[in-house]
Design a binder for this molecule. Structure first.
Ligand code: NAP
Length: 502
């Protein structure tokens, strides 16, 4: 194919979840018209498209878990359900006229930085493309993990992951094994327990469960939010403040004991059997793993057709699960609530620098990025939900919108100053990572006595931002030239340009 026929965009955003949409709107508002959003799926929505398991809902109040520039007075519940969230994202795409920018059903297979042309070369399922800037908004929770359990592939029944729910499989009257007790399982177990004949839950670590108190938002309240947008903004601000100060507990684990007492009372009020209660009582600090909110999960575990197995899994047989005590549990289906590959961020094994080195190889299991967003050696490439962007105490959308602001600011700066390429300096990236490490010390995430997907193999926090979202917003408000290397835009082939500090 002739080079001229390769489609080129100023900005290519990969993904269509919350972060991608927030970035696209931000760039559009800054006047960047030449941008596309590319997604491997046939619809927009990211995790809220993929995680459509029974009971799926957000665990941050919806007035906060929505985009600041697209308030939704119509939220039906305090915690929106997955279909409503998915519809919301579709509606934001329409409201901000992004549909014309979508390239759906197009997997991005590889990205290579072309230092001569100062652009990214994308290999996609629909052929090559180029872009001056790429925003990798594929999310940290996009690739489901199948656990490495002996015999799992030989299981002859039905098996699927919660993020790839098999809606054609009728659970009615079936014997089911569920593996995992994280945020997803806590939602789908109570949703399917009344339907199945029997459910055995294989629990490796009990989660801390707090009351959820979900309820419908009354028609009257919705009318008020519709008529008085300020009322909804006030509600959002109140929820934000309520969550934001909770960072104190995460940073000072002894403060978490108060909340632990509340969670213990919740357990006692919902589970009468002391034996089962003992199995469900965590032995690590609350907050070390994600705090789960549910009023239905614990009661579901007390049902006569539900058993909690804590003996471990020795192997999966052709017909069931052999537990650590040597008891075989014959089942028709195994449902994996085993989480996501959060260490190898999606695509980073296929983003290559000018020398062909993949970002994931450069990281070697120890990911760092300046502001969790940009990586030295990979110019004009921005990661939405990159390293240390997750939050335990507040809505992650606060973080993603801050990243979007930084990205728009960086691309805007490059335009304004005639730059062909920008990247953070190694020093800025290292200093930032060292600061995140320092801030993580002694927090509930690193010193809370658990293993979680927030930590890498060395026990380093690579997923959580250990500060306030307010602080992160302050850091990302404006592109900081002194933390970057820059190259003037080359006007023609063969023209030289050199990396220089600001
Ligand atoms: P997760 O929190 O990573 O939980 C995975 C579960 O699988 C854990 O209980 C883990 O046990 C277990 N597991 C993994 N490998 C296993 C093995 N080989 N044998 C036995 N058990 C095994 O995954 P998730 O529940 O899908 O949630 C992931 C993240 O998605 C959450 O933290 C949250 O950020 C997000 N999420 C949010 C919502 C929401 O907003 N409502 C809903 C769902 C998910 P251990 O604990 O012992 O490792």
């Amino acid at each position: 194919m002739a080079a001229a026929s390769i489609p080129h965009d100023h900005v290519a955003i990969i993904g269509t979840g919350f972060g991608a949409i927030a970035t696209a709107v931000r760039l559009q508002r800054a006047g960047f018209e030449d941008l596309v959003l590319i997604d491997r799926a046939e619809d927009v929505g990211g995790v809220w498209r993929d995680n459509d398991y029974p009971g799926a809902a957000v665990d941050v109040k919806s007035h906060l878990y929505s985009l600041s520039f697209a308030p939704n007075p119509e939220w039906h519940n305090v915690f929106a359900r997955q279909p409503e969230l998915h519809d919301y994202l579709r509606s934001v795409v329409d409201r901000f006229d992004l549909r014309r920018r979508l390239i759906l059903g197009c997997e991005v297979e590889e990205l290579r930085w072309d230092s001569d042309r100062q652009l990214w070369r994308l290999e996609t399922a629909r052929g090559p493309r180029t872009a001056r800037h790429v925003v990798v908004a594929t999310g940290a929770l996009a690739e489901p993990v199948e656990p490495d359990l002996p015999g799992l592939p030989s299981f002859m029944g039905t098996r699927f992951h919660s993020a790839r729910w098999d809606h054609d499989f009728d659970l009615a009257g079936k014997q089911v094994a569920v593996i995992g007790t994280g945020a997803s399982a806590v939602q789908f177990v109570p949703a399917i327990a009344p339907t199945v004949d029997h459910l055995t839950l294989f629990q490796r670590t009990p989660p801390w469960i707090m009351p959820r108190h979900d309820h419908e938002i009354s028609a009257r309240a919705r009318r008020i939010f519709r008529a008085v947008p300020l009322a909804q903004r006030a509600s959002r601000a109140a929820i934000y403040c309520q969550f934001e100060w909770m960072i104190l507990g995460f940073r000072h684990p002894p403060l978490m004991r108060l909340a632990e007492r509340r969670a213990r009372r919740h357990l006692e009020s919902q589970v009468a059997d002391p034996g089962l209660r003992a199995k469900l009582t965590p032995d690590y600090s609350l907050g070390c793993k994600r705090i789960l909110l549910s009023d239905e999960y614990l009661p579901a575990l007390t049902r006569p057709n539900v058993a909690v197995d804590t003996d471990g899994i020795r192997e999966i047989t052709e017909h069931g699960v052999l537990d650590g005590a040597g008891v075989e549990h014959p089942v028709d289906a195994i449902i994996l609530g085993t989480g996501f590959d959060t260490l190898g961020l999606p695509l980073t094994d296929r983003i290559h620098d000018a020398d062909g080195v993949a970002m994931a190889d450069r990281w070697a299991g120890d990911p760092t990025a300046y502001l969790g967003t940009a990586v030295a050696g990979y110019p004009n490439c921005f990661l939405i939900h990159g390293p240390n962007i997750g939050t335990g105490h507040n809505s992650v959308l606060q973080m993603l919108e801050s990243q979007a602001a930084y990205i728009a600011s960086a691309i805007g700066y490059a335009e304004e100053h005639g730059l062909g390429a920008v990247q953070p300096t190694e020093a800025a990236q290292e200093a930032y990572a060292a600061e995140v490490d320092r801030m993580s010390e002694g927090t509930v995430w690193t010193a809370g006595g658990c293993r979680s997907w927030y930590l890498n193999d060395k026990g380093r926090n690579v997923n959580i931002w250990p500060g306030t979202t307010f602080d992160f917003r302050r850091r990302t408000r404006r592109f900081e030239p002194t933390a970057h290397l820059m190259e003037k835009a080359r006007q023609g082939r063969g023209e030289q340009a050199a990396w220089v500090p600001a």
